[in-house]
Write a protein that binds this ligand. Structure first.
Ligand code: PEP
Length: 255
């Protein structure tokens, strides 16, 4: 197995602290000893620290949904990589399509975050993906290429394999419309080729590329069986322990 599969749950703006505690306890009870797949949960900031305490001693890793590139300062409402690192966060989702569309994040800004995350020894999950209009206009690969290259400016070969890419077609996020396994595999293979050119082919082969967009227990086995799909970034199905655990099991079965 060149690449260990990874299942990451993006809880978005859901779960109060006590709901988060219930969810993470159920996840730990069922997959807290899984070592053949990396499992990551990304709660909202209000429960990152408490969820991390529940994860202590389990194999499930802690993630965050966003961060600011600066180390500290007058950035009201923001959180830095160092702050996340100090509470044992290991992964951070960057450039999610909701951040790009609703909060105006550009590739250049996302790139600053990627560099700051790596400097603080956080693993960035860099999200890329086209809108429905872009797909229909035939520009999917161009959009993905620009977002990928823009997000990775200045990333050194020495920490390239700490980066995780998530291909998330915007039209499939939270819509129940999933990309077919062929559509997803085509873009994943393209991303891997670009990574091979940007770094080295060996690095391109090691970087994990997740699929995100209405991944559910029913469609996961086929997606996860594709040669270049190394796991999933999960929204809706990560909000219930049962479906999230089934996705982890689907990744285990795909090994
Ligand atoms: C996401 O927001 O990253 C996502 C993939 O959401 P969903 O699984 O709900 O489509």
């Amino acid at each position: 197995m060149i690449r260990k599969k990874l299942i990451a749950g993006n809880w978005k703006m859901n779960k109060t602290s006590s709901e988060a505690a219930d969810l993470v306890s159920a996840i730990v009870a069922q997959v807290g000893k899984a070592n053949d797949v990396d499992v990551v949960v990304c709660p909202p900031f209000t429960s990152v620290e408490s969820v991390g305490q529940t994860l202590d001693g389990s194999s499930v890793k802690l993630g965050a949904q966003n961060m600011h590139p600066e180390r500290n300062g007058a950035f009201t409402g923001e959180i830095s990589a160092e702050m996340l690192r100090s509470i044992y966060v290991r992964y951070v989702i960057l450039g999610h399509s909701e951040r790009r569309a609703l909060f105006g994040e550009t590739d250049a800004f996302i790139n600053q975050k990627v560099l700051s995350a790596l400097k603080a020894e956080l693993k960035p999950i860099l999200c890329v993906g086209e809108s429905l209009e872009e797909r229909e206009a035939g520009s999917t690969l161009d959009v993905v290429k620009n977002q990928l290259e823009g997000g990775l400016v200045g990333v050194e070969e020495s920490n390239a394999t700490d980066v995780v890419i998530a291909y998330e077609p915007v039209w499939a996020i939270g819509t129940g419309k999933v990309a077919t396994s062929e559509q997803a595999q085509e873009v994943h293979a393209f991303i891997r080729k670009l990574l091979g050119e940007r770094f080295t082919p060996a690095i391109g082969n090691k970087v994990r590329i997740l699929y995100g967009g209405s991944m559910k227990p029913g469609n996961a086995p086929e997606l996860l069986a594709q040669a270049d799909i190394d796991g999933g970034l999960i929204g809706g199905a990560a909000l219930e322990a049962r479906s999230f655990v089934q996705l982890v099991e689907a990744a285990q079965a795909a090994n």
